[in-house]
Design a protein around this ligand. Sequence first.
Ligand SMILES: Cc1cc2nc3c(=O)[nH]c(=O)nc-3n(C[C@H](O)[C@H](O)[C@H](O)COP(=O)(O)OP(=O)(O)OC[C@H]3O[C@@H](n4cnc5c(N)ncnc54)[C@H](O)[C@@H]3O)c2cc1C
Length: 492
Amino acid sequence: MKNINSYRVFERNNKEPNKEGDYVLYWMQINRRFHYNFALEYATGWANKLNKPLLILEAFSCDYPWATERTHTFVMQGMKEHIEYADRLKLNYVSFVETESGQYEKLLKQLASKASLLVTDEYPVFIMRKRNEKYPLEMDMPYITVDSNGLIPLGFTEKDPYSAYLFRKIMQKNFVEAFTNPPKKAPLDELRNKKKIKLPGSYFENLPNGRDSLSNISETVSGLNINHNVGAIEWHGGRQAALGMLGRFTKDNLLEYDEKRNNPDEKKTSNLSPWLHFGKISEYEIVKAVLEHQPKDWDLDKITYNNGSTGGYFNGNPNIDGFLDEVITWREVGFHFAHHREDYDQFNSLPDWAIKTLNKHRDDPRKWTYSYEELENAQTHDQLWNAAQSQLRRDGIIHNYLRMLWGKKIIEWTPDPETALQYLIDLNNTYAIDGRDPNSYSGIFWCLGRFDRAWQERSVTGKLRYMSSENTRKKVKLKQYLATFGNQKELI
Ligand SMILES: Cc1cc2nc3c(=O)[nH]c(=O)nc-3n(C[C@H](O)[C@H](O)[C@H](O)COP(=O)(O)OP(=O)(O)OC[C@H]3O[C@@H](n4cnc5c(N)ncnc54)[C@H](O)[C@@H]3O)c2cc1C
């Protein structure tokens, strides 16, 4: 039987390794970490097999869709931390921040031209997906993508799961095997050839110096041709910040997670999505840390297959079991969906029932309609919605429960579902620090029916699950939230 991790490896062009190459190249595109990283582990394995040193390239482009100061600052903070780590360990590590379109691609191709083979991150959405489709055709050596995104390898599912229930069944059958075949904590410890790689100076001619760009991040960012209206957030983009967040969560909030997570005022969720998005922390280490808080007599033998139902699988503390369902099932169902569906960001990827009901109601009169700018500037009649949008603008995130309401209302307040979808994608991916992720598309398309079922029919939104601000105010604790993000005078 094949090892579960073999389903993580995608040979993209079936070329033979170049034995004359100077090194193995690991191109760190999205899983920006040196620990618990299957792709880095795989590249290290190849370097050892060919007795070559390993070159790691971590770069950042300036012309990607929805590029903002916010994203740039967060990513560059992480890269700066990496320089210090790489120097300490004397790694062959190149960090590079592009200031003009095309520089990144040129450098990548130059570095690849001297490599025996190239390993990079498998990722099912956004520019990484496009690059991983385009570059293998343009390169002469093996171009291999390795999936280090979640526990169940992307190559393990045969088609797009249309519901969380369906994916949960697969997860339940394979969790133990996946969890007991984890990525190595420090794969670079096993690298044998530590020779210093000398790169020709000509590769870097007319390019900004990566180290200089990162020494003063705000200055570098201010000179880039990106959106400067969306500024940096308080959270730091490095791995240390992610580990700190995980530590605080498991210590203070995990054991009340399921009970209180829907109440914005309780602040019981992990806040880990920004670092998960940029791969600063792996899902495996989160799951491992969380399982360490199960009751003392709990072990993997307590797990019982439960046919895809939410409860009755981990059989531990319900708060922990609830968190695991979010971070494994709900996180990964979106990755697997996008992996199998090139149209993951298109209206037509919605289930048939959702398309049918939205078409039936597309001409229903709307009580309110807002332009993109009105929504962006939190100028609607709905104080709670405006508060959620204000949180997104300021902090780059919306509390999960309110994120659902935020998405649902945009469908009601736009002239047609396609416009709603476009506004949702643009607002989310511009302002959210965890945006441009498979989960961005899961969340947005969930509002339009993906991974959901038909509910009672109403005007405009048809059979989509309905959410109202009035009910949300009754259901969840919002006093502090509204005091921070809403208009004080209108507090109820
Ligand atoms: C309209 C809309 C847009 C969204 N956009 C994004 C986005 O851009 N990026 C993003 O990562 N998530 C997105 N989500 C999903 C979810 O809201 C966030 O993952 C979650 O709120 C992140 O906060 P947390 O890390 O504190 O979550 P926790 O509750 O602590 O959960 C831990 C982790 O589990 C995963 N998770 C939790 N809830 C969900 C969910 N409903 N769907 C998928 N994964 C989940 C996330 O990886 C999360 O970090 C969106 C949801 C909606 C409704």
